[in-house]
Write a protein that binds this ligand. Sequence first.
Ligand code: TYD
Length: 138
Amino acid sequence: MIDTKVFDCTMIELSRHHSDRKGNLTVIENSVTVPFNVKRTYYLYDVPGGESRGGHAHKDLHQLIVAASGSFTVTLDDGSVKRTFLLNRPYQGLLVVPGIWRTLDDFSSGAVCMVLASEGYDESDYIRDYNDFIELKR
Ligand code: TYD
């Protein structure tokens, strides 16, 4: 995790099965769509305007972040470089590798941030202090 860079994180295009009559369907499948096995899914919703979420990094967790509805921004930071992504399409996902500080902002009304994660919930995998993060990345 020490060596990871924001440039190791990428936006990926997900499948979109379109029907003029029935609407759209997007599939995310282990090892096919995402380069890890999804062990956990969680989603953020009803985030009040102006609130920020997710100010932390993970030691081992790989994630795919999707705006299942609405929009928000994700800022990734590897201690040297920051990149900000606008997520506003349910058929796009941001792959985030371990060792990246990530912050989610600018949630639109009705936004749903879906996160598919490579591991179960483990508080010991979190780095919640930015100074600790910077120390680890040195
Ligand atoms: P937290 O990761 O602090 O949210 P954020 O960084 O987006 O603000 O999680 C908020 C709460 O939810 C915290 O008490 C831990 C709990 N939680 C779980 O129990 N399981 C999970 O998978 C996640 C992601 C959080």
